[in-house]
Design a binder for this molecule. Structure first.
Ligand code: NCD
Length: 307
C-alpha cells in the first residue's frame, strides 16, 4: 500500500514545517478568498468517537472554507463501532469515501492504528489523555500572533496536567525552541506524567519547575495555559469533585502578572477561568479558537499536497 502522510504526533512536523504552516495560516487570515477553492471536490471525514465542539466543527469549517465537503459522525454510538467494528475496519471503509480523515478517540494510539490502515491521510484530533497535535498547531499560531516569536518564552501550564492531552502536545512542541522554560502548576494528583518529564523535558534539557501555587509563579510567565480538569478520564467522581476547582483564575490573581502575558485555554472552560477575566486584553482564548480554523485549513492543504 502506498504510504500517505498522516499527523498523529506534533513532533512528526519539523520546526520548519511548523513555520510554513504558521505562515500559510497567516496568509489565509489575510486573504481567505484566495483559498476558497483549494479543496474543490475533496472530502473530509470527521470520525469522532468522543464528544467535541471546537475541534470537529473547526475541521469542518476549515474544509468548507477551502471549498471541500465533509461527512462523518460525532459519537461512537452512531457508528458501526457500536456493533463492535474495529477502528482498522472503520477506517479502511471510510478511506474509500473520503480524501482525508480527522479522528478523535478515547483510546490512546487509536489514530495511529487508523493511519496504518488508511488509504488517505489521518489527522489525530485527540487520543485519550495522550496527544492533540492540531490543538497544538492552534496554540502555536496563537503564540506566534500574540508574542511574535517561539523562542525565549516562559510557559506556565495550570490545571489537569496529568490527563490534559493538549498540555502534553504543547510541551513537546515548545521543547524544541531555544530558551523555553516550563512552569507546571497542578494539584499533587494531577501532576505531569513522568514519561513526559523524562522523554520531553529532561531529554531536551528544558528548565522546569513544578508547584501547586499559581500566584507564586504568576510574575514569571509570558504565557499562561489554563486547562480544564478532565472529568471523563477520572476513575471516580469523588476525586473529580475534590479537584475540579483547584485553580480558578480571577482578575485578582492576575494582579502580579506581566502586562504582556497571554492567557490561553484550549476550551471548553468549566470553572477554571472566571468570566470576569474575559474582558482583560491578555485573555487570548477566544482569539485562539479563531486561529484553530485557519491552521487546520493550512494543515489539510499540506497533507493533501495542495500549494
Ligand atoms: C481539549 C481536548 O479535547 O483535549 N479541547 C479541544 O480540543 N479544544 C481540551 C479539553 O477537552 O479540555
Amino acid at each position: 500500500m502506498e504510504q500517505v502522510r498522516s499527523l498523529i504526533d506534533i513532533l512528526e512536523l519539523s520546526t520548519e514545517e511548523i513555520d510554513q504552516l504558521v505562515d500559510v495560516g497567516t496568509k489565509i487570515i489575510n486573504d481567505p478568498a484566495a483559498y476558497a477553492h483549494k479543496c474543490d471536490g475533496r472530502i473530509l471525514a470527521t470520525l469522532f468517537f468522543e464528544p467535541s465542539t471546537r475541534t470537529r466543527l473547526s475541521f469542518e469549517s476549515a474544509m468548507l472554507s477551502l471549498g471541500g465537503q465533509v461527512l462523518g459522525f460525532s459519537e461512537a454510538s452512531s457508528s458501526s463501532a457500536a456493533k463492535g467494528e474495529s477502528v482498522a475496519d472503520t477506517v479502511r471503509t471510510v478511506s474509500c469515501y473520503s480524501d482525508i480523515i480527522a479522528m478523535r478517540h478515547p483510546k490512546e494510539g487509536a489514530p495511529l492504528v487508523a493511519a496504518q490502515h488508511s488509504l488517505v491521510p489521518v489527522i489525530n484530533a485527540g487520543d485519550g489523555g495522550h496527544n492533540h497535535p492540531t490543538q497544538t498547531l492552534t496554540d502555536l499560531l496563537t503564540i506566534h500572533h500574540e508574542k511574535g516569536r517561539f523562542e525565549n518564552l516562559t510557559v506556565g501550564f495550570c490545571g489537569d496536567l496529568k490527563f490534559g492531552r493538549t498540555v502534553h502536545s504543547l510541551i513537546s512542541a515548545m521543547s524544541r525552541y531555544k530558551g523555553t522554560k516550563i512552569v507546571l502548576v497542578s494539584p499533587e494528583e494531577l501532576k505531569l506524567p513522568s514519561y513526559v518529564k523524562k522523554e520531553v523535558l529532561k531529554k531536551n534539557d528544558i528548565p522546569y519547575v513544578q508547584t501547586t501555587d499559581l500566584e507564586a509563579v504568576m510574575p514569571d510567565l509570558d504565557i499562561l495555559y489554563m486547562t480544564r480538569v478532565q472529568r471523563e478520564r477520572f476513575f471516580n467522581e469523588e476525586d473529580y469533585l475534590r479537584l475540579k476547582d483547584s485553580y480558578i483564575l480571577t482578575p485578582d490573581k492576575l494582579r502580579s502578572a506581566r502586562e504582556d502575558l497571554s492567557i490561553l485555554h484550549p476550551l471548553p472552560r468549566v470553572n477554571e477561568i472566571s468570566v470576569a477575566v474575559d474582558k482583560d486584553p491578555r485573555a487570548a482564548y477566544f482569539r485562539q479558537v479563531r486561529y484553530g480554523r485557519y491552521i487546520r485549513m493550512a494543515l489539510i492543504m499540506k497533507l493533501l499536497g495542495i500549494d
